[in-house]
Design a protein around this ligand. Structure first.
Ligand code: ASP
Ligand code: MG
Length: 418
């Protein structure tokens, strides 16, 4: 039995200007034979700009300059797409007024962040929805905060799956007649506040809808021909995969490939819903299908993760590193919600690599320094080569500046000085 629902996701780059939005309209228009839910991110770099506005609000400094730039940007895009008399102009104006009048008292930093930053997605979807409608596509704008329920963990909302699934079933009747446009990245909690799902979380939103509807498939439209075996900006002869097993795609995101948000795969894999990664600029390209499949001899897959920090804990006398000491280290890492990207131990020291967030790393080192002699290096890059063959294995091991190296049967990892 095939489900008739489809979910599309367009990221910030795919709605960054009027031309991009026209392309979105063309893709949506060509897909009107299916019941289509469209998830959209904030336009271009709006989320970063709104983060700066929140920074000003928190400090009590003037955010108007920053906000006016965001306003001018949105108005420019609208001018190119939508006649001045259209009600969406008023709607966008209301969003900016809401930011200007945002209460800060009594809100934690993260709670305030979500209330303000979320306006980027609210506005982009209003604009795209109004344009599609005026372009003759039967469109409905939906507020995702009434469908995706999360807990109170601002900036990292945990999805209440049972409640969200119940709510999302209410969107099915809308999809009979309309293309539904909704926001990526956002959720709502029981206290009536907006939450967000973590930066770049719109892919995850698409997966939540895909899983709950359930959809026949979910398509992420990107500025690359599909999932590539390496970042084409670093490796010009990178090639797209035609298809990938869910497991392989999940591991890629774990190692730091940014093509899909790491939380996207699980909900879809659990319900065997294929994830398609398609090229926004040329929808006729086949793209990549991520699904339940076995593939022999996948080509080597190379992932670069920058801004890494290697921390080494050495014993202060000649005792060996034992399990008790390891558990102490792991506890400290877990308390701070940090994630180990690669690790290695020797008789008298334990080394591990984490993303370098200065404040967190300093906190961690403070704890560890009570028990160990702690050294650390920053400015490192972690290179992961999955499914290496002889040629890539040799080539990467000859890189200069390697400070840690690890090989398993399928995976080579190198930490190098950048
Ligand atoms: N607009 C949000 C961000 O930039 C969510 C997303 O793009 O997926 O993080
Ligand atoms: Mg974005």
């Amino acid at each position: 039995m095939k489900s008739p629902f489809h979910v599309y996701k367009f990221g910030g780059a795919s709605v960054r200007d009027a031309n991009a939005i026209r392309k979105v309209a063309a893709i949506v228009r060509a897909s009107q034979d299916v019941k289509l839910l469209v998830v959209i991110s904030a336009m271009g770099k709006t989320t970063n700009a709104l983060e700066r506005v929140v920074g000003h609000m928190k400090k009590g400094s003037d955010f108007r300059l920053e906000l006016n730039e965001i306003r001018a940007y949105h108005q420019k895009v609208m001018t190119d797409l939508i006649p001045k008399g259209h009600s969406v102009w008023q709607d966008i104006d209301t969003q900016f007024k809401a930011i200007e009048n945002q209460q800060t008292a009594g809100l934690s930093h993260d709670q305030l962040y979500d209330q303000v930053v979320s306006r980027g997605e609210l506005m982009s979807t209003m604009i795209v929805s109004a344009f599609l409608e005026s372009d003759g596509i039967n469109t409905k704008w939906a507020d995702v905060r009434t469908y995706i329920r999360t807990d109170d963990c601002y900036r990292e909302g945990k999805v209440d799956w049972e409640e969200s699934e119940k709510r999302i079933s209410g969107i099915k009747s809308l999809l009979e007649e309309h293309v539904v446009i909704t926001q990526g990245f956002l959720g709502g909690n029981t206290a009536g506040f907006t939450t967000t799902l973590g930066r770049e979380g719109s892919d995850y939103t698409a997966a939540i809808f895909g899983s709950c509807l359930p959809a026949a498939n979910v398509t992420i439209w990107k500025d690359v021909p599909g999932v590539m075996n390496a970042d084409p900006k670093r490796i010009p002869d990178a090639v797209p995969f035609e298809e990938l097993p869910f497991r392989e795609a999940a591991e890629m995101t774990y190692y730091g490939a940014s093509v899909i948000h790491p939380k996207t795969i699980k909900p879809l894999a659990n319900r065997s819903i294929p994830l398609l990664v398609k090229n926004f600029d040329d929808p006729t390209l086949p793209g990549t299908v991520i699904h339940e499949v076995r593939i022999k001899n996948l080509p080597p897959l190379i992932v670069f993760k920058e801004n890494q920090c290697l921390i080494s804990c050495g014993v202060t006398d000649y005792t060996f590193i034992d399990e008790q000491q390891l558990s102490l280290i792991f506890n400290a890492i877990s308390e701070l919600n940090m994630k180990i990207n690669v690790m290695q131990n020797s008789a008298i020291s334990f080394s591990f690599c984490v993303d370098y967030r200065e404040e967190k790393v300093q906190q961690l080192i403070e704890v560890l320094a009570k028990h160990f002699e702690v050294y650390y290096n920053t400015g490192l890059m972690l290179i992961t080569v999955k499914n290496y063959d002889d040629k890539t294995y040799q080539a990467y091991r000859q890189r200069k500046g390697i400070i840690l190296e690890q090989t398993s049967r399928s995976t080579l990892q190198l930490l190098i000085r950048n």
